[in-house]
Design a protein. Sequence first.
Length: 261
Amino acid sequence: MSHKKVYINRRLAFYGAPGASSQFWGNHWENQDWRAWLDGSKSGALGHPEELFARYLPKEGRILEAGCGLGQIVVALRARGYDAEGVEFSEKTVSMVKQYLGECPIQVGDVRNLDYPDNHFSAYISLGVMEHFEQGPEPILKEAYRVLRDSGYALISVPRIHSIRKVKTWLGFYSGAPAGDFYQYAFEGGDFEDILRKEGFSVEHRHYYGSVKGIKDEVALFNFFYKRNRISPEMLDRIERSRLLNRLASHMVLFVARKRL
């Protein structure tokens, strides 16, 4: 997937077909090995970032994943004894998951207008969702704040402008005008933290992950060898696990935020 990137107001905007529509995500998930992913989740396999889930998600009280995709995290959390449910805006995705799993607590919904009462959830999860809204994450965060109980945790991840992207910004790689449909933003860390605080959250922890993607998407030579399988799985794993490389060049940052009283 190739996108034109334009630096606008402390954000790196990605443009170009396909845009992040409901139809796009339905087709995207359908073309993955989604049955195997869900089967793995039934055993409670969470993958990354499992340690943060264990540390911050309460065993008591409801947990919402807003923008849950296939619902693997919801399924895995429930297998571990959490009272988790999910909301996903792709009707196609929700339909095929329910047909495969039968009863599954995910439903079609809009993360900007959740069909839940105030203070309903003890924790809120949003991984790689808020960046896909061109108007920005504020409407989603307002809803997250509304449905969270006082002092509840929100685990929110978004793409970031890491060190390589900062250098490329200074060198003018991301200048020009938008072209095509909007896909997503990558945020400067301070920008997203400012938004979180403005919407009533305090930031308690930051976790950086996705260094392989962060590098291959911005360094042409690395991507050349990556696409041709010239980098060993062992080396990719070392890059992915490296704290230094994740701090410098991870594609994603996960904020552990807490609803202020």
